[in-house]
Design a protein around this ligand. Structure first.
Ligand code: FEO
Length: 160
């Protein structure tokens, strides 16, 4: 495997860690607004991001590379609505999907078939994650400012 591909995988390890940090910032906002179900959902999402990061960590090690930690930029901490939280989450997931596709393209160009196979899991996962965020946005747009509807969405997310 080339240095270029190893570095790109290492960058993605760091981006998954960053994603977890972003979700914790969103969870913390929801917590501060007393929306416990949403906060729970976002904490679970953060845990998943750390699992994604560890998949990259293990794979890089399996390929005899070395994982290097990078600085984590400050995530967006303040939101004006719960809808904005999940719209931000969807935009973030789209960015992740684009990065996975770029990695896949590079792995294919280099004929690194173990990497191509490794990334397949992320292709399906990204589709699932984008759809799950779209579904929540759809519900939140529906309830808008109706408090009972908002509480129903919050309860549903709390049962994750
Ligand atoms: Fe690990 Fe949500 O992408």
């Amino acid at each position: 495997m080339s240095e270029k591909l190893l570095n790109a995988l290492n960058d993605q390890y760091n981006f998954e860690m960053l994603s977890g940090y972003y979700y914790l910032a969103m969870a913390s906002y929801c917590e501060s607004e007393n929306m416990k179900g949403m906060a729970h959902f976002l904490v679970e999402q953060a845990k998943e991001e750390y699992e994604h990061a560890m998949k990259f960590y293990d794979f890089i090690n399996d390929m005899d590379g070395r994982v290097k930690m990078q600085a984590i930029p400050e995530p967006k901490n303040d939101y004006s609505s719960f809808l904005e939280v999940f719209e931000t989450a969807l935009e973030h997931e789209k960015k992740v999907t684009g990065r996975i596709y770029d990695l896949l393209k590079l792995a294919e160009e280099e004929k690194s078939y173990p990497t191509v196979q490794f990334l397949q899991w992320f292709v399906s996962e990204q589709l699932e994650e984008e759809n799950s965020m779209k579904d929540i946005i759809f519900k939140l747009e529906g309830v808008q400012k109706h408090f009972h509807g908002l509480m129903m969405v919050d309860r549903e997310l709390g049962s994750r």
